[in-house]
Design a protein around this ligand. Structure first.
Ligand code: GUN
Length: 282
């Protein structure tokens, strides 16, 4: 079997095109706060601004120095919360070391109605309750759901196996799949014999950040594989799954790069548009 390649670029463009009329009507604005010079963040942020431009969304880069204190960052967040022209904003992670362990406090400071990442407890809680309460769901998981929908891959009744339990991907995608009728298993670093569980997956979501952790012997024929990993190795970028070998067994698989990444960006933009829509109707 040769797998369908699930192109995030194609699915993201379809979503961005759908958003264009709303962007034109509502004229929202997205602000991206960056602290320091993490090189990977630099390239992710560039992609985000390119997509904003594609869809005609106003955007601004607030780039603060590495030495920024917690108080200075919280002041910027407070200003963004109170700026009526700003519809949504994000604080790009990772932050410099002195701020990284303050991420819960920083996330809490973001007004939930402008939380374009969908990282805060209010938006996560709504996502948890049911699909109809999703308003600003976390961007990567909602991008994965949109990718499955774009390629008409059914979720209900399927066994979805999630490898990884982060607050921004593993846990929320497990809930979003559960709320759509999947049977969900979650594996992580403490799970013994991960392969015995991943080999049961109809849909496999790999989000651990370990290059090629998932090998062909760990999946069954016909599996749909969503690879969230972006690992920088000596041989270049690679995902969490062994793409070349698993492609031969899977019915569909996302590439890295060009898979989940563009969907995260398009979902972030969708959240910003939806945030503005709710702000003007409030
Ligand atoms: N760093 C890598 N991906 C993301 C993302 O989606 N949002 C934020 N805030 N930081 C990131």
């Amino acid at each position: 079997m040769s797998a369908t390649i699930l192109s995030g670029r194609e699915a993201a463009d379809a979503l961005l095109n759908e958003l264009k009329p709303k962007v034109k009507k509502l004229d929202p604005k997205l602000v991206i706060v960056q602290v320091g010079e993490d090189p990977a963040s630099g390239s992710y942020i560039k992609q985000k601004f390119i997509s904003c431009e594609k869809v005609g969304l106003r955007s601004e880069h607030k780039h603060m120095p590495e030495s920024t204190s917690l108080e200075e960052l919280l002041k910027v967040i407070d200003d963004l919360n109170n700026d009526n022209d700003v519809s949504g904003f994000i604080v790009q992670v990772p932050l410099p070391d002195h701020l990284n362990d303050k991420i819960p406090q920083i996330t809490r400071a973001v007004d939930p109605s402008k939380d374009a990442d969908g990282f805060g407890a209010y938006n996560l809680g709504k996502m948890f309750l049911s699909t109809e309460y999703e308003h600003l769901p976390p961007a990567t998981p909602s991008g994965i759901i949109r990718m499955l929908e774009h390629y008409k891959i059914p979720i209900e009744g399927k066994h979805a196996v999630v490898v990884g339990r982060s607050n921004i991907v593993g846990k929320p995608i497990a809930i979003m799949l559960l709320n759509r009728g999947a049977t969900v298993s979650v594996c992580h670093s403490k799970t013994p014999d991960i392969g015995s569980i991943t080999s049961q997956a109809d849909i496999l979501i790999a989000a651990v950040g370990k290059p090629k952790l998932i090998t062909a012997d760990m999946v069954k024929d016909g599996v749909v594989v969503i690879d969230v990993g972006v690992n920088r190795t000596d041989d270049g970028l690679c995902g969490d799954v062994d793409f070349e070998e698993i492609e031969k067994k899977a019915s569909a698989i996302t590439p890295v790069p060009g898979g989940v990444g563009p969907m995260t960006v398009a979902s972030l933009i969708r959240n910003c548009v939806n945030a503005k829509e709710r702000q003007v109707s409030a």
